[in-house]
Design a protein around this ligand. Structure first.
Ligand SMILES: Nc1nc2c(ncn2[C@@H]2O[C@H](COP(=O)(O)OP(=O)(O)OP(=O)(O)O)[C@@H](O)[C@H]2O)c(=O)[nH]1
Length: 263
């Protein structure tokens, strides 16, 4: 980390404290934590650079902002570019869009040490207690980045057709096990020589039944599929039916003696 990025990083560690939700009803989460039953749903959006994560968040704010109380937290490495873009798009009250400057490899702040993001979300929820859904955008990263289930309740992994038709086959924890895989920018498929439908089918095969949505901002049906998936997830979260799962940092691996480790 350069000295510059350190001085630009606005995050300051909080004072140590023990945490209790008092008499608020809670439900257990993975890792022994528990969260209030009324807590906002935290939905992470991850995927490689430029696949359309900010655009997808802007779209969800436009489509859902009228009926659901929203907040957004963005992650960039050295800037607050994504937050500024979303504020400029006018899709949400600018104060409900918070930026984290990770100052390090993006997955560090969503997977390894989630403190900066957790505090940004908790600040947002404390300023807007009626918040029902917080969208957290990861910095653009490679195929291995996924959110910790300690930070988000569910996660979407975003690929785009412009990254090439073989990306789904390259696999990785986000592609295989995120709660939703989005194959984005399908309107560009004919221009980049990619079969978007085949990408979607390969995604479905790789994910063993977990959902895949082929999305384009120009395709109303695909937008409706996405918003309906989010509404359904929110309903399950409210009823305590959704449990966060970890896509997992590693695929099973083999050793020279033939043993297999599945983490
Ligand atoms: N044709 C087309 N372009 C899209 C679509 N969605 C997003 N884009 C464009 O794709 C480019 C990248 O979109 P962003 O939303 O900034 O992508 P991102 O994943 O947030 O990028 P990083 O934060 O840099 O990783 C922009 O030029 C968008 O306008 C889509 O459905 N169709």
């Amino acid at each position: 980390m350069s000295p510059n990025s350190l001085s630009r990083n606005r995050f300051r560690p909080p004072p140590l404290r023990s945490w209790s939700y008092g008499s608020t009803p809670t439900r257990p989460q993975p890792g022994g934590c528990s969260v209030p039953e009324t807590r906002a749903l935290r939905l992470g959006i991850a995927g490689p650079v430029g696949t359309g994560k900010s655009s997808l968040i802007a779209l969800l704010c436009r489509e859902l902002g009228g009926t659901i109380e929203l907040g957004v937290v963005t992650n960039d490495i050295y800037t607050d570019e994504d937050a500024r873009m979303l504020r400029a798009a006018g899709v949400l009250d600018p104060d409900r869009i918070r930026a984290v400057e990770t100052g390090a490899c993006p997955h560090t702040a969503i997977r390894d040490d989630i403190t900066a993001n957790a505090i940004a979300i908790e600040d947002l929820e404390s300023d807007y207690p009626a918040t029902e859904l917080v969208l957290i955008e990861s910095g653009g990263d490679n195929l291995t980045a996924t959110f910790s289930p300690a930070l988000v309740d569910a996660q979407i992994f975003v690929l785009d057709v412009a990254g090439g038709g073989d990306v789904v086959r390259k696999g990785g924890p986000g592609i295989a096990r995120a709660d939703l895989l989005v194959v984005n920018k399908t309107d560009l498929a004919p221009h980049v020589g990619v079969d978007a439908d085949r990408m979607r089918r390969e995604g479905e095969q790789a994910r063993e039944g977990r959902p895949v949505i082929a999305l384009s901002r120009n395709d109303a049906d695909s937008i409706a599929a996405l918003t309906s998936w989010v509404r359904h997830l929110l309903a399950r979260h409210r009823h305590g039916e959704h449990v966060a799962t970890d896509p997992g940092p590693m695929a099973p691996h083999f050793h020279a003696d033939g043993t297999v480790h599945a983490h």
